[in-house]
Design a protein around this ligand. Structure first.
Ligand SMILES: N[C@@H](CCC(=O)N[C@@H](CS)C(=O)NCC(=O)O)C(=O)O
Length: 235
């Protein structure tokens, strides 16, 4: 069943073209990144959460497939503007509703933040996708590919080490303010930890950053959606 929820106590962006809709699924880190961005900016939107199981989205509405040839969530509809890919959507949100900024100002800082976001999505997200494919998607351990799990765990540990170095120097992933890069890293790390590859004791700065990020209302709301969906998962 598709779930619809409208955020209340929020505002409209100056250029919001109603209706503003966000297609998500409750376990998607990429959809979570966009939901967090909208909540951080206090923007009003209707969330359409697609039904999901261990193997992915169960059914995709024609509207989503027509708007996104990749057939993925998130997809944002702002009136006649239909956008997909979390990075593109977050950048759009940052342009139409600049406060609070989720990307820093200045070409160099902005490019570095985009790279950090991209590394969260692809470098970390790719390794976590492999881990999820071999653990969460294969409840029977006998069917799992141990080598693929080992390779994913090694890539994730290396990513933790690099992130630890970065967070020893700044409060957040791309500087001292919370932004898109933090949202891009937080969710895959959470998923990796749920699948058995958590940060180690040597990752003290990373652990402190996880706590800081988790305490943000936008992130806490998304975590409640994720854990609620996991608790209800039937297959
Ligand atoms: N690069 C895309 C990745 C989006 C993506 O991989 N979405 C997944 C959910 S996490 C999806 O919709 N997969 C299609 C499916 O499960 O059928 C983004 O940043 O939005």
């Amino acid at each position: 069943m598709v779930r619809r929820a409208t955020r209340r106590r929020t505002r409209d962006a100056p250029s919001w073209r109603h209706p503003v809709k966000l297609y998500t699924h409750p376990l998607s880190p990429y959809a979570a990144k966009v939901r967090i961005a909208l909540d951080e900016k206090g923007l009003a939107f209707e969330e359409i959460a697609l039904p999901v199981g261990r193997q992915g989205i169960r059914s995709k509405p024609a509207e989503l497939l027509a708007a996104n040839p990749r057939g993925q969530v998130p997809v944002l509809f702002d009136g006649d503007v239909a956008l997909y890919d979390s990075t593109v959507v977050v950048e759009y949100l940052d342009e139409i509703a600049p406060e609070p900024p989720l990307l820093p100002r200045g070409a160099a800082a902005r490019a570095r933040a985009r790279l950090a976001e991209d590394d969260g999505d692809w470098l970390m997200g790719g390794a976590v996708a492999d881990l999820i494919a071999e653990t969460f998607r294969k409840p029977d351990p006998a069917t799992r590919d141990a080598q693929r799990i080992e390779a994913a765990a090694a890539a994730i540990s290396a990513a933790y080490d690099r992130l630890e170095e970065r967070l020893a120097k700044s409060e957040h992933v791309a500087g001292d303010a919370f932004g898109a890069a933090d949202a891009a890293w937080f969710l895959p790390i959470t998923c990796a930890a749920l699948c058995g590859v958590a940060p180690a004791e040597r990752h003290a700065h990373l652990a402190a950053w996880m706590q800081r990020v988790a305490s943000r209302p936008s992130v806490a709301r998304t975590m409640a959606i994720l854990t609620g969906a996991l608790a209800k998962l039937t297959d």
